[in-house]
Design a binder for this molecule. Sequence first.
Ligand SMILES: [Zn+2]
Length: 191
Amino acid sequence: MAIKPILQIDNPILRRKTNRVNKIDKTVLRLVDDLIDTLETADGAGLAAPQIGVSLRVAVLWLPDEEPLVIINPEIIKRIGTRDVDEGCLSLPGYQGRIKRANSVSVKCLDIEGNPMKIRANDLLAQALEHEIDHLDGILYIDRMDDPRKLSKVEPDEKKTSKASNSRGISIGATNKDTSNPAMNGEAHAE
Ligand SMILES: [Zn+2]
């Protein structure tokens, strides 16, 4: 178990489509531990294996007040609706962008013991699932922006810094803004 450096946006590993896991062996279990350890120290709701340099189809979701959710070989089998969300990424800290995500998703995957699992999710979990599964396909959220120049900088004083304070919010990066309008339709901020 170890905290790994999180690869940043210009790293080509982030652009590779990952390989499916054939067997949940010790290497995969160690990878899952590393993802959880690394995510615990980072300000995000999820982390995908390529972000710590491993091109395997594995990710961990970890929402406030929840246990870590490990997904192996995930595929989105259904998306319903769309909404605008502000999204960030631990591989591009300090920024966020507005993109469209589904209202809800269904995902099939394996759990850590290799059992088939189906997840139906909406709100924050749906967004995090789409974000992490995108990573496994070499896609970053900026690819989904109409205009990547519209990335907005998240001011340091708006950053949420600690998991312990239960304030990770939505992102997948340290990108929640307290100034956003919570009444906005489809907004996925957890606050
Ligand atoms: Zn990300």
